[in-house]
Design a protein around this ligand. Structure first.
Ligand code: SF4
Ligand code: SF4
Length: 470
């Protein structure tokens, strides 16, 4: 797949466009090297976001088409992967709308599509396959996963069935990027049960040798011992890529890290991959949308720094500033989201040192807020008692970001006023049968949450929000 077209000419146009954009149309490329966050300028002294990993703006130009999508080169094969990857987790129900989104994405340079057997209640791979099979096989890269998280699926035969179904549903005879899905949840016990003791991982390695899997990797959430074990065995498994959660908040303030001593920040995860020369596929670049829906105060700070950029664009630019990022997944189920993202990535402009410092300060401040680290992935759903778990948490987090929580000070003079306003908004947003007070503390959702959130405990807290104080 040659995405470069006339590379040299394109490159010159890119550079000129870029210089014009930052108001330095006549300066040389050499001088521009000093503008971005060079490795040394991004040192711990120079800014909170380190270090040897950050791109300078001029370096990024090497990978960008003129006015078009930015691409990253896959280390092993040299294939060009669009830096914006299409996360297919939440798709419109109508196949026509899925096709429309896929057509628009491909026409504008997106070539990486990420799905999984468990997405969309099991329908997502089929919808993805129907949309992609209308294109020549060498015009897209498809990623899917071994979603055998449920213990009933741990046998080799059942897992192999999941694997074979992916080929059928996607209508392909090879899978470009295949992942062990969400390793880390359930610790080493689950890794052994799902992939090691049943011989499944050895089988997948053989499948890669046979060419039915082109790149083998894993997506990670949870217990860092699993992440470390898999990387410690890199010589044996030769991971082609690893999918991690990374954004400017999780870099130093991973939500699980705050609760569990054995979980790691994104800085650690990315740093380990970087040392081993393994490229990273990024999920949750906006932390479940919370970095797109920031408080007015944060929005003001970002707007003062770059008046035309949305908070989402800041989040993507920060992630894309890391050169070992192969692609950044964004779930785009509406055309306007896709178009906005395409504008951000065509081409992606890396953050400068000053911008990195601003985002580090904002992250520090955000990490002090009592938000719930829910990414709205919906892996915990459905709840058999009807609770809309991600909906409740998203509502609460928005209220935190906007300073609308009635608590923590129930003795404050405006407590009752705030409580009523919060309750009114909550009732309008969440239907009666899906509210937090429906939670029966059955605990079924706990094992399913990749962020390992104490969901029932948080539900009690949400109920507390709405209680009148005597
Ligand atoms: S613990 Fe609560 S939210 Fe979780 S599945 Fe049970 S009832 Fe639903
Ligand atoms: S509670 Fe956990 S599993 Fe459920 S949506 Fe949030 S992050 Fe995902």
């Amino acid at each position: 797949m040659d995405m470069k077209k006339d590379g040299k000419q394109m490159h010159e146009m890119n550079r000129r466009q870029f210089l014009e954009r930052i108001g330095l149309g006549s300066v040389t490329a050499l001088s521009i090297m000093t503008i971005g966050a060079t490795p040394s300028s991004a040192s711990p002294q120079g800014g909170r976001f380190p270090a040897a990993q950050l791109l300078s703006s001029s370096e990024e130009e090497e990978g960008a088409e003129a006015g078009g999508m930015t691409y990253r080169t896959q280390n092993g094969t040299g294939e060009q992967i669009s830096l914006l990857g299409f996360g297919m987790m939440r798709l419109p129900r109508e196949q026509e709308k899925v096709n429309e989104l896929v057509d628009y994405a491909i026409a504008n340079g997106v070539n990486y599509f990420d799905t999984a057997p468990m997405y969309g209640g099991g329908t997502n791979e089929t919808a993805t396959g129907l949309a992609l099979c209308r294109y020549p096989r060498d015009k897209y890269f498809v990623a899917t996963k071994m979603s055998n998280q449920n213990e009933g699926l741990w046998s080799f035969e059942k897992s192999k069935e999941i694997y074979e179904n992916s080929f059928r549903k996607l209508q392909v005879d090879y899978i470009d990027y295949y992942l062990l899905h969400s390793v880390g949840s359930g610790g080493m016990h689950n890794l052994r049960g799902r992939f090691l003791d049943n011989g499944l991982l050895d089988f997948l390695v053989e499948e890669r040798k046979a060419g039915r899997i082109r790149h083998l990797g894993f997506s990670y959430h949870g217990d860092v011992k699993v992440f470390d074990w898999l990387l410690d065995h890199h010589d044996q498994y030769h991971w082609d890529f690893v999918q991690i959660q990374m954004n400017y908040l999780d870099w130093h303030h991973s939500s699980t890290r705050r609760r569990r001593a054995d979980d790691a920040n994104a800085e650690y995860l990315y740093g380990r991959l970087e040392k081993l020369g393994i490229q990273a596929v990024i999920m949750e670049p906006l932390r479940g949308g919370s970095l797109a829906n920031v408080s007015d105060d944060v929005r003001d700070q970002l707007t003062r720094a770059r008046k035309d950029d949305t908070p989402a664009r800041w989040g993507f630019r920060w992630v894309g500033s890391h050169p070992d990022v192969l692609t950044i997944l964004s779930g785009m189920n509406r055309m306007e989201h896709l178009q906005e993202n395409l504008a951000t990535f065509s081409p992606l402009e890396p953050c400068t040192k000053v911008e990195n410092e601003l985002l580090a300060r904002i992250a520090d401040k955000m990490s002090g807020l009592p938000t719930i680290g829910c990414t709205t992935c919906a892996y915990c759903m459905p709840c058999k008692y009807g609770v809309d778990i991600p909906g409740n948490f998203a509502f609460y987090n928005k209220a935190v970001a906007e300073g609308r929580l009635p608590l923590p000070d129930s003795t404050a003079p405006d407590f009752e006023e705030k409580r009523k306003a919060y309750l009114e908004a909550y009732r309008a947003a969440i239907p009666d049968k899906a509210r937090a007070n429906r939670c029966q503390d059955c605990g079924e959702c706990l094992q399913k949450c990749p962020q390992q959130l104490p969901i029932p405990k948080h539900m009690s807290h949400l109920v507390e929000m709405t209680r009148r104080k005597s």
